[in-house]
Design a protein around this ligand. Structure first.
Ligand code: NAP
Ligand code: HSE
Length: 329
């Protein structure tokens, strides 16, 4: 039986999702999971998007989504997506989302799907770089003691361009034109997008009750070229770092941090992301790769769609609070 897919959003990411699904229809059918995209929700269906015949799938009529068997949410925001998805969530239909703001701020509404392995969200953190599945495994096997990461591609892009003499404003405009930035981009530069992603990871790895209000947030808006130059003279690079550590409980922090230039998180040019995970046995793991952009993010959505097609459940919450790290001896 053909699975009907509804896509919410056809912007930077959604357009690429639609194209990539259509490029892989035969592979999905070969897995015994034929799919058909039955509708793509947008605000303005009349705006040309270079999709050829697929533009006929665009609609502003949310009632057209009700027929679907599987939902892909790439529209952003925390209120409207939930209004639209509430019936699907209540009916226990699989959901794939790239929306870290929704995951961070409305986990309560998504938890019933997550507990049943029906929620997949690999694209929400570090875009094309798999982190949710590998970290869920490490959370079970290695017991986390800390996490430190560069999670926002727009900020990495701006800072690495400023290192080359480009102005903050020009670098931000470039990041927006490349499809890296949120709408509005204050979510990126004020640190909230990284805080959303850190909340997703904190809840997955450290504490099921980890919430956004446990994260202290500072963005990059107050940085000046002199700050980057001073860091450079000291052999350091400035990056927006997101970290989780134990301070009487698991806490998060997002802030512009000076890193030695040979630190693994310092090598995050353009929109690259990187993450260092430390475990109770003293081991550390480095995950690094593309962290933003339409095609990159859509590839992670496609990966989630294939995992659904192969019957691999979405990551279930760990269900326990990680032990505090051992005191240094
Ligand atoms: P975008 O380019 O702004 O696209 C948003 C899409 O949603 C547009 O097609 C828009 O319709 C539609 N939309 C928004 N509000 C709507 C509403 N109320 N009713 C109907 N349609 C609505 O955003 P994006 O960059 O693709 O990001 C989408 C999601 O993916 C966000 O949650 C973002 O955080 C996440 N994400 C993005 C990236 C990235 O690199 N861009 C990476 C990872 C995750 P119109 O086209 O008609 O305006
Ligand atoms: N705006 C986000 C970023 C997109 O710049 O990292 C990827 O999640």
């Amino acid at each position: 039986m053909t699975t009907k897919i509804a896509i919410l959003g056809c912007g930077t990411v959604g357009r690429q999702v639609l194209l990539q699904i259509h490029a892989h229809l035969s592979r999905l059918a070969a897995l015994g999971r034929p799919v058909e995209v039955t509708g793509v929700l947008v605000r303005d269906p009349s705006r040309p998007r270079g999709l050829g015949a697929l533009e006929g799938l665009l609609t502003a009529d949310a009632s057209a989504l009700g027929e679907a068997d599987l939902y892909i949410e790439v529209m952003g925001g925390t209120v409207r997506p939930l209004e639209l998805l509430a019936p699907a969530i209540a009916a226990g239909k699989p959901l794939i989302t790239a929306n870290k703001a929704l995951l961070a701020e409305r986990w309560d509404a998504l938890l019933p799907l997550a507990e049943r392995g029906l929620l997949r969200y690999e694209a929400s953190v570090m875009a094309a770089t798999p982190v949710i599945a590998p970290l869920a495994q490490l959370g079970r096997s290695a017991g986390p003691t800390s996490l430190e990461a560069v999670l926002n591609g727009t900020c990495s892009y701006i800072l690495s361009r400023m290192e080359r003499g480009v102005s903050y404003r020009t670098a931000l405009a470039e990041a927006q034109s490349l499809g890296y930035a949120e709408d509005p981009p204050t979510l990126d530069v004020d640190g909230w997008d990284a805080a959303h992603k850190l909340t997703v990871l904190g809840r997955l790895l450290f504490d099921p009750g980890f919430s956004l209000d446990r994260v202290a947030v500072q963005g990059i808006g107050d940085l000046h070229p002199e700050d980057l130059a001073a860091a450079d003279r000291a052999g350091q690079a400035l990056r927006l770092v997101a970290e989780i550590s134990f301070e009487g409980g698991w806490r998060g922090r997002v802030w512009p941090k000076r890193l030695p230039k040979d630190h693994p998180l310092a090598w995050t040019p353009l929109s690259r992301n990187a993450l260092l995970f430390s475990g109770t046995d003293g081991g550390t793991w480095l995950l690094s790769g593309p962290g933003a952009g339409g095609a990159a993010t859509a590839s992670a959505i496609l990966g989630d769609l294939f995992s659904w097609a192969q019957g691999i459940p979405g990551p279930r919450p760990l269900g326990w609070v990680a032990a505090p790290p051992p005191e240094p001896s």
